[in-house]
Structure formats: C-alpha cells, structure tokens
Design a protein around this ligand. Structure first.
Ligand code: ADP
Length: 281
C-alpha cells in the first residue's frame, strides 16, 4: 500500500465532514498513480483480498462468528454491480453472502424496514454484500415521500442502534457510498441504450430519477452526517473512474480483514497421529 497511496484509503475516503456538493467525482483521493499504475496493482491487491477472505472463511468453518458486511449505496449506474463483479468476484464465492434490495414486496411492507435486512445478514466467516440496503429507507423513501417524515425521521437513530448491535456481534461494517457526476450518469445511461449487451440494464425510470438528483444529494448528505459513526463509518468513493472505485473498495475490504488479525485455525486433531494413520492406510 505504502508505495501507491499517499494516505491510507480508510482516511482518504472517510466521509466525516465531507460535503457531497463539493466532491470531485472524477478525483482519486489518496492514490498516487493513474489508471495504468492501478491495473497491475489491482490484480495484486485482489490476490491479497482473496487470501484474507480464505482465512476468514476457514475461521468461520471453525466456529468463529465474526464476519464482514459490505454495504453498497449509490445512484443508478454508480457502479455497484461492477464492485460485486470485479471486487467480490475475485474471492471464493463460497465465502460470499450476496443480497440486493429492491422495492419491498407486499410481505416486506408489512414488517419493520429492518426485517428483510436482518434476514439477509451474513453468517460467521462470510463476507456479506448488500447491493442497496436499509439505507434505501432514508434515501428513496425520503426523496419520494413514500412514508411520512415522522416515520423515516427516527430511522437514522434506529439504523445506528442496529449497526452498533451488529458490531457488538462481531460484524465489521464497510459502508461505501459511490458518487458519479450527473454528466457521467448520462453517459452511462446512453451506453445502455447504445449497446445490445447493456439494454437489459436500462430502466426508463432511471431517467425520471435524474430530476430528483438534488433531492438525492441532500438525502445522501443527511445520511452521511447522521449515520457515519466511529464503529460504522461511511466511506465516500468518487466513482466516475471505475478503476478507482474498484481499487478503493478492494483496499477497504483488505483493511477490514487485516484488522481482524486472522490466523489459520489450529487443527482439532493430532497431526502426528493422523500422519501415522495415513502412512498405514
Ligand atoms: P437495480 O435498479 O439496482 O438493478 P432493482 O431493480 O432490483 O435493482 O431495484 C432497485 C430499486 O428499488 C431502486 O430504484 C431502489 O430505489 C428501490 N428500492 C430499494 N429499497 C427500497 C425501499 N425500501 N423502498 C422503496 N424502494 C426501494
């Protein structure tokens, strides 16, 4: 890390005090190189991530309840899917619990907003990935007044309490908010209309959502201000450059895993005895 970053990514991308309106979405905070330097480095770091994830998984198999929960938030086309494919895609799928959250079903609507979230929490030893999350309940819900303010307003505190509970149970939250510019979003949406391999990703409603951009910016700002806590901080990723977003999330996951100080689990059998048995088998 030392050679490529002028600041540890966890610091360079920390949300504290950040104003989204001032964010340069094409920036690469803390990273010393450009796309060229990043590509070989990304592959190297993906290997590191994969090794750490295997250790986490091995410990989970041996009864360790700790896990990681990557929470991905961002406007349509911000690149959440790319993070799942390219960053999470570099680790063993056995150790990944992926969940995405769309418009709540009729059944989900009859429950507290955290009901469906709790059901999707990762087991010990897993990297959980939330593609959208409980934060939609203070983002899209707030922007479109899907429930009255007196219902969504207390949710910030509820979310903080919920996340503290998760931390207390051994979960490390890696919360990532990805931001692109309005122009970059237009470019990405246009690409979805020009490439047959991308038509399936296009949703006409995404164009309508662009009209709500300022309201979303505000809702994201309040989300960062009110739910970036010491134990579950937000990280803000300028995401116009996909390579930077992917490298950043890779680094944040590596950091979270390194802080678990994982070792390979010790054997629960006598090695010499098993060697002798194997010799004779
Ligand atoms: P994507 O558009 O990311 O491919 P989906 O089509 O499955 O995924 O659904 C995402 C949509 O669901 C988004 O428009 C998002 O705002 C909406 N959504 C997610 N959670 C909620 C929620 N709690 N209430 C209302 N809408 C939600």
């Amino acid at each position: 890390m030392a050679t490529h970053w002028s600041l540890p990514p966890t610091d360079a991308l920390r949300a504290d005090g950040l104003r989204i309106a001032d964010l340069d979405t094409s920036g690469t905070p803390g990273f010393k190189g450009g796309k060229k330097q990043a590509s070989g480095y990304q592959a190297e770091r993906a290997q590191v991530l994969s090794g750490l994830q295997e250790k986490l998984y091995a410990n989970g198999r041996s009864g360790d309840y700790r896990n990681i929960l990557l929470v991905l938030q961002g406007m349509d086309t911000a690149g959440k899917g790319g993070i799942v494919r390219h960053v999470i895609g570099s680790v063993d799928p056995q150790g990944v619990d992926h969940a995405s959250f769309g418009v709540p079903t009729e059944e989900e609507k009859q429950h507290h907003f955290l009901w469906r979230i709790r059901k999707a929490l990762p087991r010990g030893g897993q990297i959980g990935v939330f593609d959208r999350s409980h934060y939609e309940d203070v983002l899209v819900v707030r922007v479109h007044n899907l429930v009255p303010a007196k219902v969504w307003e207390p949710r910030y505190d509820e979310i903080n309490a919920f996340e503290q509970e998760l931390v207390g149970q051994g979960t490390t939250l890696v919360k990532v908010a990805m931001f692109i510019s309005l122009d970059e979003q237009k470019r990405r949406l246009m690409e979805r209309l020009e490439r047959p391999d991308k038509y399936w990703k296009f949703n006409p409603a995404d164009i309508d959502e662009r009209g709500y951009w300022p309201a979303y910016q505000e809702a994201y700002q309040v989300m960062l201000d009110r739910t970036s806590t010491e134990k579950a901080p937000w990280h803000v990723i300028p995401a116009d450059r996909k390579w930077f977003a992917r490298l950043s999330v890779t680094e944040l996951l590596i950091d979270a895993l390194e802080k678990l100080n994982l070792d390979w689990p010790p054997p629960d059998f006598d090695i010499e005895e098993q060697k002798r048995r194997l010799e004779q088998a």
